[in-house]
Design a protein around this ligand. Sequence first.
Ligand code: SF4
Length: 400
Amino acid sequence: MLENTSLQLLINDPELSPAFRDIAGKVQHGRRISPEEGLLLFNEGSLSYLGTLANFIREKRHGDSTYFNRNFHIEPTNLCVYDCKFCSYSRLLKQRSDPASWEYSMDDMFNIVKNYDGQPVTEVHIVGGVLPQYDLPFYEELFQKIKAHRPELHIKALTPVEYHYIFKKAKVSYEDGMRRIMESGCDSLPGGGAEIFHPDIREQIAADKCTGEQWLRIHEIWHGLGKRSNATMLYGHIEGFEHRIDHLEQLRQLQDKTGGFQTFIPLKFRNQDNQMSYIPESTPVEDLRNYAVSRIYLDNFDHIKAYWPMIGREVAQMSLAFGVNDIDGTIDDTTKIYSMAGSEEQNPALSTRELANLIRSVGRRPIERDTLYNIIQDYTDHVFAEDEQFKGYLALPVLN
Ligand code: SF4
C-alpha cells in the first residue's frame, strides 16, 4: 500500500526527530498517542507528515469510502437567551423586532417536514437558538408529531446546550429528561455546543451556557440509553493547542467509557458579524492540520467529518487526504448557522450528483449513508441521468 510505504519512509527517515518517528510507528501499529505527543503534532508537525499519518488511518479504516447523507435542517429560531461571543447567528431577545430574526411555531416546523414528503431524505437535523417557549413539552410534541407523520425519518436534534436549559426549566434531571426525549422519538444527538471544553476558554466565549462537564455528562447519559451522538470542537479563535488537546482527550476518554460517539466534526471559527470579529480566521493549511491531528488523536472514533458548507468545496475535497471520511449531507439551503458567520457557502445546497462528483473527482468513493452509517447507495460507478446526456467532445479538425 502506497501510504504504508510513505509511513515506513517516515519511520526510517534519519532527518526526522526520534519523537516524530515514534509517533509514526505508533500510528502504523494502531497504538494510541499521548496528550504530549498530540501537542507536539499541533506545534511542530508539518502538513505533509500529518497528512501521511492521518491518511494512513483513514484508508486503514475506510479505504476510499467517503460518506454523505441526504438531510434537511430545521432551525427553530435565531433568537437566544445566551450571548456566545463567537455566534453570528443568534440575536438577543431585545432584538426580537429585528426583521432578520425568526421564531417558528410548531406548525411552521411541522410544515417544513411535510415539504419533504416523497423526497429521499433520511434525516432531519434540528438545532437553533434557546428560547423559553421551546421547552421540554414543546420538543416532545414536535418529535412525536414528526414520528407519527414519517416514522422512518431519523430525528437528530438539539444539543446539551438546549437540553441543559429545558431540563432545568422543567425541573427534571438529565437522566429523566434524556429518557423522555428518547421516548418522544429523538433518535440521535448532533455534536454542537461543545465549543472548547476548557473553562479558561469557555468562560470567555460562552460564559452562561452548559459547561464542558455538563455537555459530556448529557452525552454519556444518552449513550447509556443505547443511543448514538456526534461531537464537535470550535477551533481557531482564542484557544491554544493545549486547549484543543484537552478537548480531544476528554472526548477520547468518554468514548472509551461508552463507545457512543460516531463522528467528530471540527468546526472552524468564522469571524463575520460577531463579537470576536477582530480575530483572524485560521488558514486552510491550519484547517487541514487540525483535521489530521484530530484523526490521529481520536483513535476510538470511527469517523471524521468536514462540514463542507463551512470550509468550502475545495478545502473539503483536500480534507479527504487529511483524515476526513465524511462530508455531511446534500443539505438543501436550509441552514443559516454558518452562512451568517461568513462561511464559504452562502447558499449551501448540493445535489446528490454534485456531491458524488465532488468526491469522485479526488479519487474517492461516494457512499450515501443514513445517520447511523448504514449504507444506502454506493455512487462510485453510478451514472446520473444528466451525465448520460453527455455525448463526448466533438473531434475538431487538425489544422496544419
Ligand atoms: S452559539 Fe448557540 S447558545 Fe450560543 S448564542 Fe449562538 S445560538 Fe445561542
